[in-house]
Design a protein around this ligand. Sequence first.
Ligand code: DGJ
Length: 732
Amino acid sequence: MGIQFSKSKKIFKLDTLHTTYMIGLTTEGYVGHMYYGTRLQNIGGEYLLRTEEAPFTPSKNKREKSSFLDFFPMEYPTGGIGDYRESCLNVRNEDGCLGCEIHYVTHSIQKGKPSLKGLPASFGSDEDVMTLDITCIDNILQLKVILSYSVFEKQDIITRSIQVINQGKENLKLEKVYSSCLDLDNQNFEMITLHGSWARERHIQRGKIRYGKQMVSSARGESGHQEHPFIALVTPETTQDYGEVYGMHFVYSGNFIAQAELTQFDSVRMVMGIHQEEFCWNLTPKSSFQAPEVVLVYSNEGLGKMTRSLHDFYREHMIRSPYKHKKRPILINNWEATYFDFNTEKLLAIAKEAKKAGIEMLVMDDGWFGKRNSDNSSLGDWFVNEEKITSGLKSLVEQVNEIGLEFGIWFEPEMISPDSNLYKSHPEWAIQIPGREATQSREQYVLDLSNPVVVNYTYESVAKILRSAPISYVKWDMNRQLSDLGSAYLNKDSKQELFHRYVLGVYQLQEMLIHEFPYLLLENCSGGGARFDPGMLYYSPQIWCSDDTDAIERLKIQEGTALIYPLSTIGAHVSDCPNHSVGRITPFETRGHVALAGTFGYELDITKISEKERAMISKQVDMYHKYHELIREGDYYRIASWSENQHYDCWEVVSKDKKEALVTFVQVLGIPNSHSRKIKLKALNPHSYYQLEETGEIFSGELLVSAGFLIKGMWGDYQSKLYHFIEVDKFS
Ligand code: DGJ
């Protein structure tokens, strides 16, 4: 089980419960990809490397070395030597030449998984995970490359990462260091990615791959609204329940590339790593570079199985927060309620009403510091604006606590406004190119987090506030992407390290924060959901999913997000109508049902909504208390997608023991002259009976799964219903 090596066959076999990954070594020491797919019993299948077919390996046919390199399924292809497909590692020597070729030297297999210095990464005990390190070398450059594979057996996940070590005497430049490669034979693959924009994050996109390279990427300094560090190749027949899926997901919050390349020989090279644009790392003698981790997932039971593998994996092996298996407080955030126009009185009035409705935390959003009354000033001046928070922060927090609510606060620590005290005293701390007017975005610049002094200053500014009052929650925002890549700190030879060093600075800040405040509930955010990635989950158990809180827009956003992230991580709130992003009016109930498939909370002025809606909040609070555990810990099944059928959306969460299931049905558009709609439930025990709590009706599990359940009585657009099925002893 776990990881085996056959010395005679020169094959590594990595097994999870349902999958096998095999790596083979050629006589020359090339490390080849043999197989990734359904679990195999035995180790073997050397022929899969095709080294007995012409053009043969270089030791048998040196004349055609390039033909070999351009065809052989490489575990980690290097650039400049004749593999013309996308390379993963490009190294330039002191002479200015690009070329690197690596061969196997040794390997080690160990229980557990070492952490990756300075980077977020999955973790597990010796019982949960095993790690294989394959050490390769380029003898000319004296460059050691370690290919690491960690096998999480129960979740059917394999993670990969790369470490490059300069053992020679030359200064080397790493111009590209990707983290993962998968050379597969094409199976008429289609590619699934998640694309979006501000307020439209992570919509699912699927299309057939063509010859050549197709990719999604970010060179914005963060993972971004627009494209997502995830890629899946699926067979054409793949649905939620059937077909093959090969997925890669990047544990990184900066620039990335996720690419599939269909080659002349009908193989597909799938790669993932840090984008090479404006990336170049100086690898001085004796230094090393650690590339971030990629999560690999294979399913032969459709997308649904991939989803559940990733959900289980992130819940158990990526999120560290003590909140990961705990109920999150129901919060009310004042952003859509007041925007910048608030003061102590308004906040206390919201807190009082919120308490009456059963809400558990007040979050004070943007605008409490410096002289910030709109988004054009004060970032960096993290001291309380006592014109607004008249009694001071400590007193406000204490008053909110006395009302019976916890208190949370918003920061945007990575930024600096040109109109701020901080910029006046430290203009050189902003990322800018001297002599060129820096591009503003939301009237702000980004702090140079490659500079340790800036990191420490920023940390202290945030920590000082958190030390000053009993604050339970932080929303960590980031509202612009990077441009004008100049740094007063980095010298001219290391400017191209800025993007990556910036991300390392963000990680360092958040690591310091959770170290000093281990019980703080941290929610990451980036202009909505622009930095929703597995890297951020290592620091915060939940991430604000989108600034678009419209229940109908959220269906697509949350469907795409839940394809790869557990519901417990998805920041979702009920907001006011007409919705601030689209002007749509949806029933309060539907807004609640959609937000329930996330962390749940409110984003409205509770003092201004109708009595009827306030009463509905109390009911929704009860609903959350009833279902939070099921939603946080259960298995998620996608039943229908309105972006596919244009009419309705449906998902189900089933408890691990299959004793209860919650089905959410949203009728996006009503259809005239229609009958009840039959939906087939998933994953219930066919031999059990289930009672529908709302009506008392009892159904057999097999009937609900095979024949289906009738959704009746839906009238109108944007309507929704919850159906709660509970296992009962026997049919009565
Ligand atoms: C963007 C966030 O996504 C919003 O929720 C809000 O916090 C604003 N920033 C505040 O500027």
